[in-house]
Design a protein around this ligand. Structure first.
Ligand SMILES: [Zn+2]
Length: 160
């Protein structure tokens, strides 16, 4: 168990395409555990391997119910639409408005390389899209409608 350093936007690795995982190894299992630890430590709902500096098609997500490990994820179906605030651990303190599908079905392999299909709605659908984008070197800022804003500003507004 270890917390890894999260790469910040501007780091070239965040703009690169990740390679698929061919087989599970003890090293990759350790990476997955570290990614979960790092995500929880940073209070995020998702983390992709390039965010900790590795160009591997691995994503971890937990929107509050349970952790999901998605290896070589492939979005196979989307429906509906949701528009809302989105942020990223690689761009701390900022948020932006992004429109995503409201329901997303993704095919992936779990940490034992067993294939499974996950359908997520709402925040889980948003997280799946956001994290899968990272594997292709895409940051959410490319999808933002309008300007990025500081999270502090929003918190202050809510207090009033
Ligand atoms: Zn992100």
């Amino acid at each position: 168990m270890a917390i890894r350093k999260i790469r910040i936007m501007g780091d070239r690795i965040l703009g690169k395409k990740c390679r698929p995982i061919e087989e599970m190894t003890p090293k990759i299992k350790e990476l997955i555990q570290d990614m979960l630890d790092t995500m929880y430590d940073a209070c995020g709902v998702g983390l992709a391997a390039p965010q900790v500096g590795l160009l591997k098609r691995i994503v971890v997500i937990d929107v509050g119910d349970r952790p999901w490990v998605l290896i070589n994820p492939e979005i196979v179906e989307t429906s509906g639409e949701q528009t809302g605030a989105e942020g990223c651990l690689s761009l701390p303190g900022k948020s932006g408005t992004v429109t995503r599908p409201n329901v997303v079905t993704v095919k992936a392999f779990d940490e034992n390389m067993e294939p499974y299909t996950l359908t997520g709605e709402g925040l889980l659908a948003r997280a799946i899209c956001h994290e899968c984008d990272h594997l292709d070197g895409i940051m959410y800022v490319e999808h933002v409608e309008g300007e990025l804003y500081d999270n502090e500003t929003i918190e202050e507004e809510e207090e009033e």
